[in-house]
Write a protein that binds this ligand. Structure first.
Ligand SMILES: [Zn+2]
Length: 182
């Protein structure tokens, strides 16, 4: 079969699209692997968190309330404690960069420390409640949580807070947390 030059362009474009989607799904799989493989070996009672120096009051307040809500949610095994000491399980950072609101990860220090970030470029203009909602979401990732829809672990900040008004861990947020740490 003879391939016309005109058709060849489409074939190359399709091949590039396939390669790109494989590369992207590879990144996503790597991230999920990191998420799902993670639990704190010593459990989450207590779990020491700390703000990185220079963190604004608004961001500190968001993480403080986010941590408090994880601790006080019905049936929660999590006991977030603020510390100024050197034994830190979860570091809370503030950054200023387009264009995501918050992010969290835990592939540091042999998987026994998590880092959470709030991005003031996006969150500074938000209502305090929405910052709390996003900080709480990232604190959920920090303990090894993946995403679950329509609860605090819903990844869509607009849907979670502006539409559903969620600032606190909900039923399955806590259910899955107990599965991670029972
Ligand atoms: Zn998320």
């Amino acid at each position: 079969m003879r391939i016309r030059v005109k058709n060849l362009k489409y074939i190359v474009a399709i091949l590039i699209a396939i390669l790109l989607s494989l590369a992207i799904s590879g990144v996503v799989l790597a991230w999920n692997y990191c998420e799902e493989s993670f639990v704190f070996e010593n459990g989450v009672d207590p779990l020491y968190y700390q703000y990185y120096s220079g963190t604004s009051q608004d961001t500190q307040d968001a993480f403080t309330m986010g941590a408090y809500y994880w601790e006080t949610a019905s049936g929660s095994p999590v006991n977030y404690e603020y510390t100024t000491g050197i034994n830190v399980d979860v570091y809370c950072y503030e950054v200023y960069a387009p264009s995501w609101p918050g992010v969290s990860g835990h592939c540091w220090h042999g998987n026994q420390q998590s880092n959470c970030y709030l991005n003031t470029y996006v969150t500074a203009s938000w209502y305090a409640g929405k910052r709390i909602s996003t900080a709480g979401h990232e604190l959920g990732h920090a303990i090894g949580h993946g995403e679950n829809d329509n609860e605090l672990m819903d990844h869509d900040d607009y849907w979670r807070w502006d539409v559903l008004g969620i600032e606190t861990p909900q039923y399955y947020d806590i259910y899955y947390t107990n599965q991670l740490y029972d």
